[in-house]
Design a protein around this ligand. Structure first.
Ligand SMILES: Nc1ncnc2c1ncn2[C@@H]1O[C@H](COP(=O)(O)OP(=O)(O)OP(=O)(O)O)[C@@H](O)[C@H]1O
Ligand SMILES: [Mg+2]
Length: 224
């Protein structure tokens, strides 16, 4: 397997007053380059925590994450955020678009923050794949939930990431829209050769993945 991300003994413990919350209890696994993995499991089992640690959004209590062999948490905060901005895209349940900016401005934001010139041809391709060409000049407030989420997927893809992380991206959408957004995200990732790691409660969604990681109580219970 040509792996892109690997984690070893990944732990996250939150100290809540006198109590410790074990959000992740030592997760070891690897993700194949270009693959589509669904992460599922009960609420509070540690799915978001796992995604945040794999993508460098948060630091583990113990354990390691390797991106193409490089130990993520050996990097300082600045280096880590540069790597994250260039190599990873993240899609959240609540879209997280800047509401004062148009769809296009939102999409361009990560490229601008990186002081790079947008690759127009590539962005046009992403926008076409996600079918938002007629929406990108509007503010998020004038878009449906499904459109906002597709814009946020385009934003996550703008920097040509190697890995796209999505945490319940269809959680706020009705079932039909959710399915559409998901299949667009899947197809877009496949066409662009991007590794997709997606948290979902929807078993129908998980069924479409090449691999399903079932998390329970901070551990991998099943790897199918
Ligand atoms: N910042 C935090 N401080 C304290 N405890 C936290 C924090 N973030 C998460 N936890 C706890 O860690 C555990 C795992 O949380 P996590 O958000 O990863 O679950 P999840 O599987 O994503 O759940 P959901 O499906 O509801 O989104 C939970 O018990 C949660 O309460
Ligand atoms: Mg979660």
């Amino acid at each position: 397997m040509d792996e892109i991300i690997r984690c070893e003994g990944l732990q996250k413990v939150y100290q809540m007053g006198e109590n410790k919350v074990y959000a992740l209890r030592g997760v070891t696994t690897a993700f194949e380059k270009g693959g589509f993995t669904a992460v599922t499991g009960p609420s509070g089992s540690g799915k978001s925590t796992l995604l945040h640690l794999l993508s460098g959004l948060d630091r583990p209590t113990a354990g390691k994450v390797f991106y193409q062999g490089a130990d993520l948490y050996q990097y300082g905060d600045n280096q880590l955020s540069v790597l994250r901005r260039r190599r990873f895209g993240f899609v959240f349940q609540n879209y997280n678009l800047v509401k004062e900016l148009t769809g296009m401005e939102n999409i361009l934001l990560p490229v601008m923050l990186d002081n790079r010139k947008p690759d127009r041809r590539y962005l046009d391709q992403v926008i076409e794949l996600l079918r938002i060409g007629d929406r990108v000049n509007h503010l998020p407030g004038a878009m449906s939930g499904g459109q906002q989420q597709r814009v946020s997927i385009a934003r996550a893809l703008a920097n040509k990431p190697a890995v796209l992380f999505a945490d319940e991206p269809t959680g706020n959408l009705d079932m039909k829209t959710g399915r559409e957004v998901l299949s667009l995200m899947q197809r877009t990732s496949r066409e662009l050769g991007i590794t997709l790691i997606l948290v979902t409660h929807d078993l129908n969604v998980a069924e479409q993945a090449e691999r399903v990681l079932y998390i329970e109580d901070g551990q991998i219970e099943k790897d199918l």
